[in-house]
Write a protein that binds this ligand. Structure first.
Ligand code: COA
Length: 431
């Protein structure tokens, strides 16, 4: 059943995000919690929301702070919002903000809520770096020691290797493969040439640069005053390269398979800091409050496959199910928003959409079909704009529904690939 048939259609009223900054640059001093608060605060102000009516806030994050793991609650506790609003955090790798949105939409469709904020945030500048297990054990033993001698004895057990810190890797715990290696594998299995990857990356930058120039992308951005002085405001994404070209992209060296590889810094999404949020409402409530929703959620679907196979190919399994639940086909879609983790993954997903093999794996006889490139990621994607893991789903939902509204178009399809072999697809409708 399509979500829209529940009798409680869920409206996407508006969306706001922070600028996206390459990790280690302008927003390195702003925590994920703060990035989330900035997006939510601006969303509330722009929509003039009566916050007392807010039922819940769901937020996604992929590498949470160990000191404040429920980022949703930390964001919801800002003075602007009522303390009684429910708040919980979700993690579904790069589909985390999508999970936040569908969690909130489900609560509305179930009749448990009427107004919700959903989104996500990530600071990849501030990933937690941990002590080794050996060092942690010594610290615990020292804390429990009753005498100075026992404490010194605990520290005497330390070995040089215990001082090596542990950093989170962007790798699959089950296979040990990094995301980049998986993309490399998919490029080889699906025979995606380097020049096709670079051409897709170039298009991402050109589309995003156009959207920045004419204000379509910047209109979604809440300015961030940059610490420590707070006297400069960041108002645009800083990863978009309006000056890149195929020659510059072709000159970059492969990163994950230096000898035979094709995935480079130019055709991969960069590590990024940012936050994003959308306002969701039950249709009749939005109408009663005088809001004109940008779009409605018509259907969605999640899918999963073995991460050791083609890690980022599960959107190909999710999309036909979401389309079937919507009672629509790819031809009905005015715009397609496909997450760009790597150009090799986008092109693998597109090939999968046309393949009978992948259709049958998803339980269908006919493939989804060929995506019209003129409708694909028309304002660029994560390769150019950046990819703060937990925030991207809310950023892309906002961009998709705003662009559908500007075009007076009817239907949009969004797809997301995610670590763990997970995939997501959502169909939104305007009328
Ligand atoms: C690919 C990756 C390792 C590159 O990291 P990096 O080396 O820090 O990247 P940089 O931004 O410094 O780029 C490297 C070089 O390429 C150049 N470059 C990058 N994109 C370019 C473009 N579009 N055009 C021209 N040059 C470009 C940079 O200018 C830089 O050149 P320099 O060394 O002369 O300064 C990193 O972005 C990464 O890990 N990405 C994948 C993240 C991931 O796995 N995400 C999960 C997906 S779901």
């Amino acid at each position: 059943m399509a979500l829209s048939e529940s009798g409680r259609r869920v409206a996407i009223v508006a969306g706001v995000r922070t600028p996206f900054a390459r990790a280690g640059t302008t927003l390195r001093g702003v925590s994920a919690i703060e990035l989330g608060k900035i997006a939510v605060r601006e969303l509330v102000h722009r929509t003039n929301l009566d916050v007392d009516a807010l039922d819940l806030l769901v937020f996604g994050t992929v590498i949470p702070s160990v000191l404040a793991p429920n980022i949703a609650r930390e964001v919801a506790l800002m003075p602007l919002l009522p303390k009684r609003a429910q708040a919980w955090s979700v993690s579904r790798a790069c589909a985390s903000a999508n999970q936040a949105i569908t969690d909130a939409a489900d609560q509305i469709a179930l009749g448990h809520a009427t107004i919700a904020i959903a989104g996500g945030a990530e600071s990849l500048s501030a990933v937690p770096i941990l002590h080794s297990r050996g060092f942690s054990d010594v610290l615990v033993a020292a804390a429990k020691a009753k005498t100075l001698g026992q404490r010194l004895g605990a520290f005497a057990r330390l070995r040089p290797r215990d001082f090596i810190p542990v950093t989170p890797a962007i790798a699959e715990p089950t296979t040990g493969e990094t995301m980049g290696q998986s993309a490399e594998k998919m490029a080889k299995l699906n025979q995606i040439p380097r020049r096709e990857q670079d051409a897709l990356a170039l298009q991402s930058h050109l589309n995003a640069a156009a959207g920045t120039r004419d204000g379509r992308l910047t209109a979604e951005i809440a300015p961030v005053y940059v610490p420590p002085s707070y006297d400069q405001a960041m108002t645009e994404d800083n990863g978009i390269r309006s000056d890149t070209n195929l020659e510059a992209l072709a000159a970059l060296r492969p990163v994950f398979d230096r000898r035979y590889g094709s995935v480079t810094a130019g055709n991969a999404s960069p590590l990024t800091d940012g936050g994003a949020a959308v306002l969701l409402m039950r249709e009749d409530r939005a109408a009663a409050l005088g809001y004109q929703p940008l779009a409605f959620i018509r259907s969605y679907a999640y899918a999963a496959l073995d991460p050791g196979e083609q890690l980022l190919q599960a959107p190909v399994l999710a999309a036909p199910v979401a389309l079937q639940r919507a009672g629509l086909t790819l031809k009905d879609m005015d715009l397609v928003e496909m997450h760009e983790a790597f150009a090799a993954q986008v092109l693998s997903n597109l090939r999968g959409f046309e393949s009978v093999h992948w259709a049958e794996r998803a339980g269908f006889r006919e493939p989804v079909g060929a995506v019209d490139r003129a409708r694909l990621n028309v304002l660029g994607g994560s390769i150019a704009i950046g990819h703060p893991f937990g925030a991207t789903g809310a950023r892309r939902s906002t961009t998709l529904v705003n662009e559908l509204a500007r075009r007076g178009a009817q239907f949009g399809l969004m797809t997301v690939c995610a670590a763990g072999g997970l995939g997501f697809a959502m169909v939104v409708e305007r009328r």
